[in-house]
Design a binder for this molecule. Structure first.
Ligand code: ATP
Ligand code: MG
Ligand code: MG
Length: 362
C-alpha cells in the first residue's frame, strides 16, 4: 500500500483492524475505495477529483450540510438513516474530510450493503424507481435553506449563459466549421426562447431555487437487492441550488431517449413516451406535493430545456474544435448535437402528451 494512502487511512478510527483495501465501483470522476475492518464492517473512501472540482472544501461543506439534514429528516419520517442517505464518517479529529500532504481532499462514507447499482435503464420499472428516488431527494430537501449551498460549478444550468457562450463560439469559428452546420445552428438560434423560461420564472418569483442533484444517472442510485426498490441517492458532488425541473429534465434527456446520446442513425433517436411516463409518475409521487402550481406547469419544459442546453454545448464544442467533450471519432460532438436536435423535435411533437402525463400524476 502506498504511504500516501496509509497517511489517509490513519486519519480514521480502527486502522489496526483494517483487513482489506480495494478499488471499488464504476465511477468516472473520483477515486473510490472500499475499506473492510475486521469485526467492524465496511466504509467507502473517496479522493475528490481536483481537476474537475476546483473548490473541494466548499463541495464538502455542501455535502456535510445536506447529508446531516437528510439524516434528521429520514429519522423523523421513521426511515433508516444509515441506509437511506450517505453519512460522512468523521476523521479522528472530528472533520468531515481530510486534506493530505499533497493537497488532495479525502472523505469517507458509510458503506451501504446489500444493494445493486444499475449502469443503464433497461425497463420502465427501474426508471420509475429512479424518478421516485430523485423526487424523494427533492421532497426531503424541500425545506432545506438553499442559500447555504455553494454553487460548485458556476452557472451550471444557466441556459442563457450557455447561449452566450454558444454565440461566441459561432463568431470565433476557429476551424471554419460553421459553414457546414448552418442548419443545426439555426435550429438552436430559432429556439432562443427556451433559454429564458426558467431564469424568467425565477426572476418573477414564480418558482424557487431548491437543492438539485445535477447528476441524476441511474448508477447514482443504490437499489435494495431484495426489494429491488430505490434505496439511496449517492454521488452528491454536484448538489447545488437549482430548479426541480433541471433534475427532472436531465433524467428524461438521457434516460427516456430511444437511442444512444451519440447515435449516428437518427432514425433510432426519439422520446420513449412510456419511459417518460414511468419517470414522471415516480418523480411526482415522491415530490408532487412540494412543487407549486407553476413548477408543475413548466416541469415538462425542463426536459426540452435540458436537451437544448446539452445540444448547444455539443454543437458549440464541435465548432470550437472539440475542446471540452472527449471524442472517439470524427464528428462525434456533431453527432451528439444532432441526437439532441432530434430529441427536442420529438418532444415538441409530443408536448401535449407530456403535459397530460404530468397532470395525470399530480
Ligand atoms: P460518477 O462517474 O457517477 O461521477 P463518481 O466517481 O463520482 O462517479 P460515485 O458515484 O460516488 O463516484 O461512486 C462510485 C460507485 O461506488 C457508485 O456507482 C456505487 O456503485 C459505489 N458507491 C459509492 N458510494 C457508495 C456507498 N456509500 N455504499 C455503497 N456503494 C457505494
Ligand atoms: Mg456516480
Ligand atoms: Mg460523481
Amino acid at each position: 500500500m502506498k504511504s500516501s494512502i496509509i497517511e489517509v487511512l490513519q486519519q480514521y478510527d480502527n486502522f489496526a483492524e483494517l483487513k482489506e483495501f480495494s478499488e471499488y465501483g464504476n465511477g468516472h470522476i473520483n477515486d473510490t475505495y472500499l475499506l473492510d475492518y475486521e469485526g467492524i464492517g465496511k466504509i467507502i473512501l473517496q479522493k475528490i477529483n481536483k481537476s474537475i472540482f476546483k473548490e473541494p472544501k466548499k463541495l464538502m461543506e455542501n455535502i456535510a450540510l445536506v447529508t446531516s439534514f437528510l439524516r434528521d429528516k429520514i429519522e423523523k419520517n421513521g426511515g433508516d438513516p444509515d441506509r437511506e442517505t450517505l453519512n460522512l464518517i468523521k476523521t479522528k479529529d472530528g472533520q468531515s474530510f481530510y486534506e493530505d500532504s499533497k493537497g488532495d481532499i479525502w472523505r469517507a462514507y458509510n458503506f451501504i450493503s446489500d444493494t445493486i447499482c444499475y449502469e443503464q435503464v433497461t425497463n420502465a420499472k427501474e426508471f420509475y424507481e429512479s424518478g421516485f428516488a430523485f423526487g424523494n431527494f427533492q421532497n426531503l430537501l424541500a425545506d432545506f435553506p438553499v442559500n447555504k449551498l455553494s454553487e460548485v460549478i458556476k452557472n451550471f444550468h444557466n441556459t442563457e449563459d450557455r447561449f452566450v457562450t454558444f454565440k461566441a463560439q459561432i463568431n470565433e469559428d476557429p476551424l471554419g466549421r460553421v459553414k457546414d452546420v448552418k442548419e443545426e445552428i439555426d435550429f438552436f438560434l430559432n429556439r432562443e426562447e427556451y433559454t429564458h423560461i426558467f431564469n424568467r420564472a425565477l426572476a418573477n418569483n414564480e418558482i424557487s431555487l431548491k437543492v438539485t442533484h445535477n447528476d441524476t444517472k441511474l448508477n447514482n442510485i443504490l437499489f435494495d437487492k431484495d426489494t429491488k426498490k430505490a434505496l439511496c441517492v449517492i454521488d452528491l458532488d454536484t448538489i447545488m441550488p437549482g430548479v426541480a425541473a433541471f433534475d427532472f429534465g436531465d433524467s428524461i434527456r438521457f434516460g427516456a431517449n430511444k437511442g444512444l446520446e451519440d447515435e449516428p442513425d437518427l432514425s433510432k433517436v426519439g422520446l420513449d413516451i412510456e419511459l417518460f411516463e414511468a419517470f414522471t409518475r415516480g418523480f411526482l409521487e415522491a415530490c408532487g406535493k412540494s412543487l407549486n402550481k407553476r413548477e408543475i406547469e413548466i416541469l415538462h419544459m425542463g426536459a426540452i430545456v435540458m436537451t437544448y442546453e446539452c445540444g448547444i454545448r455539443f454543437l458549440g464544442d464541435y465548432i470550437a474544435g472539440d475542446k471540452y467533450f472527449k471524442i472517439a471519432r470524427e464528428n462525434h460532438n456533431l453527432d451528439r448535437a444532432r441526437t439532441q436536435i432530434k430529441l427536442i423535435s420529438d418532444m415538441e411533437e409530443h408536448i401535449e402528451e407530456m403535459k397530460k402525463i404530468v397532470e395525470k400524476y399530480i
